[in-house]
Design a protein around this ligand. Sequence first.
Ligand code: GAL
Length: 642
Amino acid sequence: MPDVIAYGGDWNPEQWPEETWEQDVALMREAGVNRVSVGVFSWALLEPAEGVFDFGWFDRVMDLLAASGIAANLATPTASPPPWFGDAYPEALPVDSGGRRLHHGSRQGFCPSSPIYREKALRVTEQVATRYRDHPALALWHVHNEYGCHNARCYCDTSAAAFRAWLRSHYASLEALNDAWGSAFWSQHYGEWAQILPPRDTPSLPNPGQQLDFRRFSSDALVELYVAERDLLRELTPGVPATTNLMAGAHWDMDCWAFAAELDVVSTDHYLIGARAEPHIDLAFAADYARSLNGGRPWLLMEHSTSAVNWQPRNRAKAPGELRRNSLAHLARGADGIMFFQWRASRAGAEKWHSAMLPHAGVNTKVWREVSALGAELAGLSEVAGSRVKADVAILIDHSSVWAQDHPAQPSSELDPVEEAKRWHAALWRAGITCDLAHPEGDLTGYRLVLVPALYLVSDSGAANLEGFVRAGGVTLVGPYSGIVDEHDRVRLGGYPGAWRDLLGVTVEEFFPLDGPIRLASGGSGSAWSEVAHATSAKVLDTYATGEPAWTRNAWGDGAAHYLTTRLDDDALAGVIAAVCAEAEARPPATSPPGVEVVRRSHPDGRSHLFAINHTAEDAVVTSASGASVTVAAGDARVIAG
Ligand code: GAL
């Protein structure tokens, strides 16, 4: 990562006459842009016919950047195969679960398991890498774009064969697979590997094990495509780091943990969802996730928007100051690069109504003024680059668990594991406590508190990991319908939650989904879910009117394990989370009024910056642990050194 904050966006010069390019670069310099992503969707112009390459125009793009001192995240253009690809190889186009083959004419029109796609993608990657391996503008490989955004799962015959090969490498025998999938149920026992299909549309519910393994296989297929390109790039340009832009926290089809393990630096994209009441808290979740995926090291925000997007039902423009608050919130949470989609707003094409750094209306605009001011501000914050956020709290998140719970036959469809994780994260956000996200099997040492909002599926080693954390003195809070099934989505027997009955000192005999709120003795309420639970060794801290436990605490080793048997309302949840934070001695870096975000980034030598971002319409006073206070005006943000 650079020793300045990278600033810029996707530059798509091919959408414009060449006369515009000089002006683009001059304006980039004016706005403080030092980094752009180029070539992301350039395949059709770099290889206009199969095997025929035209790099002349792109040489001029790269040379212009180098001459202007702007570094390139140079993309491999493989996210959007040209029309000649779909035309010549229709068998390589993706097929949906109903057997419908999709047509070319958009983007990501390929089957991830297609050997033809892989061959053509590696060929254009090799051409790009060979041509620009020594180019002075090349800073980072931007491999592909948002893997799986549109084609995460393909159900064609090629994918079916690849799925079977994946299954053979994961199961010692067909009998082991039959056992894992519980295929004795509904007469699904497989006698031959060749009988196994992707979970294409069926008359009724799919087999949960088959569905879960297909999600895993499909995610692995995308990671493999990334690795194939990255390995080629490493061979041709050793020393140039590579990344691909994830959609951490927004798109759950790809296992971000598996992807992140292969990236030289994690980069991600984030877009505000207008329908959310406080979209900046969702932003914080995504940023915390990106940082955690990069092992706490600085990461790169590859895309966000200067104002409206074009793909929501109502595309809200950002309010004055919101762009800056959003960017500084990403920076606060560990980003060393703040980039946008895209540099210049498109005149044509499917995203012509998407905002950009340089709007249709030009430079005499709110967006341009804010973009330029932000560029200047970030240039003054280069001392932040390389510093880290230290979190005492982690939230466990696992894609396999989300996928397993996505099976349509659940006790209730109202428990959404992602929304529940985000709700618990929001409670911490409101308390001013920054948290990491962690994989259930990841290293939990160093945390004081581990929250498990919704982890329906957990492996034996994941279950033991949490137990070990608590035994060593950690505090945990586990939400309902967690620890229920093993890694194959088979129920852990003997009373729920089978994985953690001993740890929690609780056994649950039956779930009682609710059709309305339920009152608790404490005065709070639960909704959607309740359980008939018995405390075996835990102390009961709150109950339903029936006297059955709603919140319990079990002393375990040197730590403690709390459990909730219902989905608490926001206020009650905030109360419980405040209690476990107090018990674990997890504290915010400063005190601030509601709606004011405070995060600290620190260097190992002690230099640090406190970010205070006021999302409210009132001026706010923020007071640090040492008692020093600053006023942050309504809608303003301050970055305070030391
Ligand atoms: C991202 C994508 C960009 C652009 C953007 C629009 O998902 O990587 O190419 O489509 O969304 O918000």
